[in-house]
Write a protein that binds this ligand. Structure first.
Ligand code: PLP
Length: 398
């Protein structure tokens, strides 16, 4: 394997950088997951996750696995084979969600959009309004499409449902948003909110995390999909006692506990403000290079990941290759139809201004090596302007 001195700078949009204290907290002896203290330990995690999901009314369930296991748990526990579900495909993760629904035997009503668009609130409203017989049983929104760096308007979709008194469940993928940007499960009337431990929550992968509303719980008591490992009935016990139905990944839970301590110390609003500020700097850098982001409109730009289109004739894969091989820096790749056309800078989780400036500096070097005409320092300077104005992530001691 190639020897690369210094730190590997990690700017993939998940798994994200795991802070040192989180790594240390995971160095625990194996413990009795049925022992007297374990339940209270897990309950403390569930309780601290609730404000991050924006819920007091909902339950939080932890599934061994990744975000995708929570996706599957959401679907198999609340829907029945052949149910019609309304989805949009505007990036790799919304596409994968639609594929899963199809694999599970749901009747997928798909709105295909350019990759870079947001969830089609008006088109959803039109289709829901036309669905007089209530055939659509669920609407799916990818809150933050990690493949394109687009954040969608979940509140708008809730409004569309309410405006026509539609009873469909609202499923939201918050894998790359929850813990980094505001997520308001109760206010938006989200019935199933999905994330994983490895992005905004700054822990390693290992847990699929699901917010479940009372309405979704009620649906789970009468739906017709087969399930076993992911059955809600077993996880309801977890929400009440903290004990897992199967063997839990205890080190990941200890890491997540410490990550939540960090979020509590910083304060959730400060976490959101930091992500907004860091993202604004990265976007200013991209604009200074004269390059475009994948997001169709600035109002859709994500505060957790920026997907940057390389100029015609410049292969984004080469930018990524140079970044890693020459500068020990990892950028996210363009997924599926965006391969070679975009590279992504993930700016979520445990990150500060210096780290974003490094990302921009290395991206400039890598873009030039790949053939793009980018002025050295232009993106860095533009981001510095933004960071100089805002409250820095690390406050000076008095
Ligand atoms: N949804 C989104 C928006 C994602 O970004 C990802 C992963 O990057 C997933 C779902 C899948 O999550 P996981 O890889 O944790 O299963």
């Amino acid at each position: 394997m190639t020897f690369r001195p210094g730190l590997n700078h990690l700017y993939i949009p998940g798994p994200t950088n795991v802070p040192e204290t989180v790594r240390m907290a995971m160095n625990v002896a194996q413990q009795d997951q049925r022992g007297p203290e374990f339940g209270a330990f897990v309950l403390s995690i569930l309780s601290d996750l609730k404000p991050i999901f924006g819920t007091t009314a909902g339950r939080i369930m932890l599934f061994p696995g990744s975000g995708t296991s929570a996706w599957e748990a959401a679907m198999v526990n609340t829907l029945s084979p052949g149910d019609r579900v309304l989805m949009a495909r505007h990036g790799q993760f919304s596409a994968l969600w639609a594929k899963m629904a199809n694999d599970l035997g749901l009747d997928v009503e798909l709105v295909d959009l350019p990759w870079g668009a947001g969830a089609p609130v008006n088109e959803f409203a039109r289709r829901l309004g036309a669905d007089r017989e209530g055939k659509i049983k669920a609407v799916f929104v990818t809150h933050n499409e990690t493949a394109t760096g687009v954040t969608s308007n979940v509140a708008g979709v809730r409004h569309a449902l309410d405006a026509c008194f539609h009873e469909a469940l609202l499923f939201v993928d918050g894998v790359s948003s929850i813990g980094s940007i505001p997520f308001l499960m109760d206010d938006w009337g989200v019935d199933l909110a999905v994330t994983g431990s490895q992005k905004g929550l700054m822990a390693p992968a290992g847990l699929g995390i699901l917010g479940v509303s009372d309405k979704a719980m009620a649906a789970s008591r009468s739906n017709g999909m087969r399930r076993s490992f992911l059955k809600f009935d077993d996880y309801v016990i977890q929400t009440e006692t903290g004990y897992f139905p199967h063997t839990p990944p205890t080190p990941v839970l200890h890491g997540l506990r410490e990550a939540l301590n960090r979020i509590n110390r910083e304060g959730l609003d400060n976490v959101f403000a930091r992500h907004a500020r860091l993202a604004a700097g990265v976007r200013a850098g991209v604009a200074a290079w004269g390059l475009e982001t994948c997001a169709e409109h600035p109002s859709l730009a994500s505060n957790t990941v920026t997907a940057i289109r390389t100029p015609a004739g410049v292969d984004a894969r080469e930018v990524i290759r140079v970044g890693l091989m020459r500068y020990n820096t990892s950028f996210g790749s363009g997924l599926a139809q965006l391969a070679g056309k975009v590279f992504r800078i993930g700016h979520l989780g445990d990150l500060n201004e210096g780290m974003c400036l490094t990302a921009l500096a290395v991206a400039e070097l890598s873009l030039r090596a790949a053939g793009a005409r980018v002025e050295l320092g232009a993106g860095v300077a533009a981001a510095q302007e933004i960071y100089e104005q805002g409250t820095p992530a690390v406050a000076l001691a008095a």
